[in-house]
Write a protein that binds this ligand. Structure first.
Ligand code: SF4
Ligand code: SF4
Length: 184
């Protein structure tokens, strides 16, 4: 797959109100029944793969970034975690996992959790098989959005231009004029 078309879940921190709808939707999506009532009644309870934490003054959702050079992949001794070039996801193969939990310690974002029973590790699979991840669908404020790498890079470049313009004291009108002159 063209790398620029790979999708990622992006977090827009300023929009998160800390309602935890994403956590609930994640649990339901990873329950055996796939329904809210079924998930509530299930034992053991389905685990979430997204974590809404209080960061400074505001809530912030943390979830797997499916890093291309992932520390969890690098430290996995059996290849149970690997970056899939086609999907752009860090995939987990439970049948190769020995439960050493090196990945739990290696992830800098703390989003791989020790599992229970036969499932040694609990990690985001970006709701494989669904068009959009459950957390993205459930977020009422669109603090979580699915975007292609192309759009993410374009946004980053635009923000970079505005920051540079502010540093050089260039007016917004001049910046926009320069931008349209560069557009095809
Ligand atoms: S579990 Fe952590 S280190 Fe591994 S891909 Fe996800 S964010 Fe990156
Ligand atoms: S559902 Fe959206 S607004 Fe609610 S906690 Fe999750 S990210 Fe924040």
């Amino acid at each position: 797959m063209d790398e620029s078309l790979r999708e990622r879940v992006m977090v827009r921190l300023e929009r998160c109100v800390g309602c935890r709808s994403c956590e609930l939707a994640c649990r339901v999506a990873h329950s055996q029944s796939g329904t809210l009532w079924g998930a509530v009644m299930e034992e053991p309870k389905p685990r979430r793969r997204i974590f809404v934490e209080q960061a400074a003054e505001s809530p912030a959702p943390f979830l797997c970034r499916h890093c291309e050079d992932a520390p969890c992949v690098r430290c996995c001794p059996t290849g149970a975690l690997r970056f899939d070039e086609t999907s752009g996801l860090v995939a987990y193969a439970v049948d190769r996992c020995i439960g050493c939990h090196a990945c739990v310690m290696a992830c800098p974002f703390g989003v791989v959790q020790p599992g229970r029973g036969d499932l040694f590790v609990v990690k985001c699979d970006r709701c494989e098989g669904r068009d959009r991840p459950a957390c993205v669908e459930a977020c009422p404020t669109r603090a979580l959005v699915l975007e292609t790498a192309f759009l993410v890079d374009r946004r980053r470049r635009a923000v970079g231009r505005f920051v540079e313009a502010a540093r050089l004291d260039i007016s917004e009108a001049d910046l926009m004029a320069a931008g349209s002159a560069q557009s095809p």
